[in-house]
Design a protein around this ligand. Structure first.
Ligand code: ZN
Ligand code: ZN
Ligand code: ZN
Length: 249
């Protein structure tokens, strides 16, 4: 099983348009430090699925029939805007399995084009796709959001964004068996007050600890966290790393 982080940025991405902070400055001069909309590609056996669809160039990156479909975490624009282009394709159908969000994004449900939204995941539902098993786990966010537990080829990876902390039932589900890797929302450096909608580093480390994951990988990283890490990277625990676009897990 192979998970590729396609994008690791928050809704603003890095560099933030117009921002002159050190992290945005560095990302402007070094392509490898850029952070695109948060998304990933999971490959297991003959299965190849996108997790989220916020990249604006999906049609160029993924030719027709080069992937099976999309596991959608939620319908905020930074996670779903690529669907607005993808839908106008022809000659194929792309299943989009996500939460049963009555609104979706923009007019996607009204004009789905080649996208098939007909089989949303129920919370804690497990589906089998060839050798890949996928379980939808509810998260805590400002919109109905699912994380995904990916199991196959003897590995167990959880991909959980966007969230602030973890609902107790989701945490209990993850604690049933050892987790190899937890890819987790960490949008901000430690905040003086409890954050809303997204993890700061304090909450993210706490969740990694509670799940007992062998490795933690931070994603949905905002520029303030990147700037903070320029001075504090050595303070991260050894089993926790910061994700980068293109990184393979
Ligand atoms: Zn987001
Ligand atoms: Zn900045
Ligand atoms: Zn969101």
């Amino acid at each position: 099983m192979r998970l590729t982080l396609l994008g690791t940025g928050d809704a603003r991405q890095v560099p933030v348009y117009g921002c002159e902070c050190p992290a945005c400055g560095l990302a402007r001069s070094d392509e490898s430090l850029r952070r695109r909309p948060c998304s990933a590609l999971i490959e297991c056996g003959d299965q190849r699925w996108l997790i989220d669809s916020g990249l604006p160039d999906l049609t160029e990156r993924f030719p027709p029939r080069s992937f099976n479909g999309i596991f959608q975490t939620h319908y905020h624009a930074d996670h779903a805007q690529g669907l607005l282009h993808l839908r106008w394709g022809q000659g194929l159908v792309i299943p989009v399995h996500g939460p049963a969000d009555p609104e979706g994004l923009s007019d996607l449900y009204k004009h789905p084009g080649i996208l098939d939204f007909s089989r949303p995941f129920a919370e804690f539902e497990t589906r089998q796709f060839g050798e890949l098993s996928v379980t939808a786990l509810p998260l805590q966010h400002s919109k109905l959001t699912l994380g995904y537990l990916l199991e196959g080829e003897g590995r167990r990876i959880a991909y959980l964004t966007d969230t602030v902390g973890l609902p107790p039932a989701t945490l209990a589900w993850l604690q049933r068996e050892p987790l190899d890797v937890l890819v987790l929302d960490c949008s901000m450096p430690p905040q003086p007050q409890a954050p809303r909608n997204h993890n700061d580093l304090t909450l993210a480390l706490q969740s990694i600890e509670e799940t007992g994951a062998q490795r933690g990988v931070l994603t949905h990283v905002g520029h303030t966290l990147d700037a903070w890490l320029l001075e504090h990277r050595c303070e991260l625990p050894r089993h926790v790393t910061v994700g980068w676009d293109g990184r393979i897990i």
